[in-house]
Unconditional design. Structure first.
Length: 270
């Protein structure tokens, strides 16, 4: 049995299937770990969700910012943007089933020494703490009144974690760290203005994973979200968003031996 962690798919279903063929993925015995952002921007969000859902226990995913954005659009909490490609999914006869399945997914998962999360973890959080906080968000998403949570999800404030936070601000910080963060100060104040390479960090900030004192440093974090960072493999961080949607690659890594598999955009596997 092998476990393949795969970077942001973003509705690129055909690319996903090519990558799985390249890996010789067998759903009867192998597993997929998906870093989130399953949908949007690419042309086949509907096909992507249908396929991943059909894999059942063979696929484990966490939620990314685009996945949560889909939930907001579906509940009319946000207006669609012109660059969105979600309408075929929203118009599908099984749209409600797929959206309901999506909101049952995790925000952060750990197994052994690995932690799967879309963007990253604030420096104050151990993996155990992060998973506990993720459960709070998941409970709100799966609650009968989850639309109240969706309506209060958008926004970048507060920008830092505090144990005293309650209600929607508490949940919003957890979501923003785990699905949107790239840069933060050494004290864990998030800055969402920077989206480029690590060397373009806003003043006073560093990439979240570069904070040597972060409490999750002993685990191996498996993330996506940061296409400008690209594929970045270090002993304690597997960053897998290599920008397929922008002409880069769709990347997978086999966790057992860290072999990397990639396909280029519209090019045969290498």
């Amino acid at each position: 049995m092998a476990t393949y962690a795969i970077g942001d798919i973003q509705g690129c279903y055909d690319a996903l299937r090519r990558l799985l063929d390249h890996c010789a993925f067998d759903p009867a015995q192998d597993r997929l770990w998906l870093v989130g952002d399953l949908v949007n921007r690419g042309p086949q969000s509907l096909e992507t969700l249908r396929f991943i859902r059909s894999l059942g226990d063979a696929a484990l995913t966490v939620l990314g910012n685009h996945d949560l954005y889909l939930l907001m659009i579906a509940e009319n909490s946000r207006r669609p943007r012109k660059e969105d490609t979600l309408q075929p999914l929203l118009d599908a006869p099984d749209a409600d089933e797929l959206i309901n399945w999506l909101r049952q997914q995790s925000l952060c998962r750990s197994e052994g020494n690995y932690c799967l999360v879309h963007a990253g973890l604030l420096p104050q959080w151990t993996v155990t703490k992060a998973c506990q906080l993720a459960r709070e968000v998941e409970a709100a998403l799966q609650d009968a009144h989850y639309r109240d949570f969706i309506d209060n999800l958008w926004g970048s404030e507060p920008a830092a974690w505090s144990e005293t936070l309650t209600g929607w601000p508490r949940l919003r910080v957890i979501v923003n760290a785990m699905t949107r963060m790239r840069f933060c100060t050494p004290d864990g104040v998030m800055d969402f203005t920077g989206k480029g390479r690590p060397e373009t960090a806003p003043p006073g900030c560093l990439p979240w994973f570069a904070l040597t004192h972060r409490q999750s440093a002993e685990a191996v974090l498996v993330t996506g979200h940061w296409s400008a960072l690209g594929l970045n493999i270090t002993p304690n961080h597997l960053a897998l968003d290599s920008g397929y949607l922008w002409g880069g690659q769709l990347s997978a890594i086999r966790l057992e031996d860290r072999r990397v598999f990639q396909i280029d955009a519209a090019v045969a596997p290498k």
